[in-house]
Design a protein around this ligand. Structure first.
Ligand code: HAM
Length: 443
């Protein structure tokens, strides 16, 4: 019988890694709470037309990657319906905002979510068919201040704080403005004209998009098309005065708050609902899929799905990619276990073995109670087995055999420096507490 496996592009998350997932989610909840966000949980599937009308028919997500099925009527009174597993959560949040008339309070709605999303992409490192996002949206009627550039800067500052508190080192914030709906329309026309002579030399998707939605040509990943795409006009030159002023206010607030960023005029993002500010936080350690998170402003989204005017801005963090980055950082850092105590006994002499093990436990107890992280082996292990086990997890190994027990002088080997040192038992705590690779401990 063939054994069943998790479906391609999906995976099981197991301990100890799940502890890291929980830690990231706890950090996100704690940070978002300080900025006064509340949690929203929307369904995992929605009416297909929600995504077609918000994310956009011509995007890769809607045209190629959605898990869509026909939900057949089970009774005469029921209608059949096309349903889709959510490929992202912004559309669902804005649908809920409209459905529950959240704008009628007049207050800015600050909502965050965590959960699985589904896209039928080609799986690779950092790209899965079921993946997890932690996201947030700030949305409300214009009178609530939802259009203010301060909202954009505040969201970006919150993300910088979240990444710092999660322990992510070396992120880059890439920032752009795609302008208002009118600016985008003007840019689309410029692109359409520029693409007319180029499109016949481009891939089939670009040929179609050059006519239907030229902006999406900028999402093309086909290597042969890139030199042609590089010659296309930049969106910044199509921005109206209002959009430029809005963007300048966002960058001025970031400068004042000390949040570093890099302008990237090609960052148009692969979803159709964006207006004005768009951004991604990238990380060099991720390889091809280098976006840790992405987001932007979507001032016309509510109206496009039948709601009231409700400007908004939000983001979604790729939690899988955040975990990958933290795991890589942890692997590169020194092991946190300060020492592995290896009792060295004679497996055939039970009395001696039990004496050595008992002495090792006593030593481990003292060091642990003094605050060190210690792993304890077993006196029946051969020396090589103890070394192999210790080398994987600890910074040093402490050998405790009959000789050491008698003399009170222990042998300590530091795996990073390769140096072996004799240390009197009473000096051991001070020696192990010293940072790795440093002298200042007794020889
Ligand atoms: P997005 O750029 O499509 O934006 O996705 C946001 C993040 O989700 C990406 O930067 C990436 O880290 C992660 N991600 C996307 N696809 C995958 C995948 N197949 N496997 C693993 N991780 C993935 C959105 O989804 C927008 N809803 C963000 C937003 C919220 N804009 C405004 N509000």
């Amino acid at each position: 019988m063939t054994t069943l496996k998790a479906v391609r592009g999906t995976r099981d998350l197991l301990p100890p890694e799940t502890a890291l997932w929980n830690r990231i989610e706890a950090t996100a909840r704690a940070v978002f709470a300080r900025y006064n966000f509340g949690e929203i949980r929307t369904p995992i599937f929605e009416d297909t037309s929600l995504f077609a009308r918000s994310v956009g028919e011509e995007t890769d997500i809607v045209s190629k990657e959605m898990y869509t099925w026909d939900d057949r009527a089970r009774a005469q009174s029921e209608k059949s319906q096309s349903l889709t597993l959510r490929p992202e959560n912004t559309a669902g949040v804005v649908r809920a905002y409209i459905e529950h008339k959240l704008g009628e309070s007049g207050q800015l709605q600050k909502l965050y979510y965590m959960g699985p999303q589904f896209r039928r992409e080609r799986p690779q490192k950092g790209r899965y068919r079921q993946f997890f996002q932690i996201g947030a949206e700030v949305i409300g009627p214009p009178s609530s201040g939802s259009e203010s550039p301060l909202r954009d800067a505040e969201i970006l500052e919150m993300l910088a704080t979240f990444l710092d508190e999660s322990g992510i080192a070396g992120w880059t914030l890439e920032l752009n403005s795609v302008g208002s709906a009118a600016d985008r329309a003007a840019y689309n026309e410029k692109l359409r004209a520029a693409l007319e002579p180029l499109a016949p030399r481009m891939c089939a998707d670009c040929q179609r998009r050059a006519v239907t939605n030229p902006l999406r040509v900028l999402d093309c990943k086909v290597p042969e098309d890139q030199p042609l795409i590089a010659t296309l006009p930049a969106i910044y030159d199509s921005l109206g005065a209002d959009s430029k002023t809005h963007f300048a206010a966002v960058t001025a607030a970031l400068d004042a708050a000390g949040v570093p960023y890099k302008l990237n005029h090609r960052l148009v993002r692969g979803l159709d609902y964006y207006t004005r500010t768009t951004f991604e936080f990238t990380h060099g350690g991720l390889g091809a899929q280098n976006a840790l998170l992405g987001g932007g402003r979507y001032d016309g989204l509510s109206e496009s799905i039948g709601g009231p005017k409700a400007p908004g801005i939000g983001f979604a963090i790729g939690e899988d990619r955040l975990v990958l980055t933290l795991l890589a950082q942890e692997a590169a850092a020194a092991p946190k276990i300060e020492a592995y105590i290896a009792p060295l006994g004679d497996a055939k002499d039970e009395a001696a073995l039990s004496r050595i093990n008992a002495a090792a436990l006593t030593l481990a107890r003292e060091l642990r109670r003094a605050g060190l992280c210690i792993e304890l082996g077993d006196g029946s292990f051969r020396l090589k087995k103890s070394f192999d086990a210790a080398d994987k997890i600890a910074r040093r190994i402490v050998i405790l055999g009959e000789d050491e027990l008698q003399s009170g002088i222990l042998t300590v080997k530091d795996f990073t420096s390769g140096v072996q040192t004799k240390v009197p038992r009473e000096e051991l705590f001070r020696f192990l507490s010293a940072p790795a690779n440093q002298k200042g401990a007794p020889e």
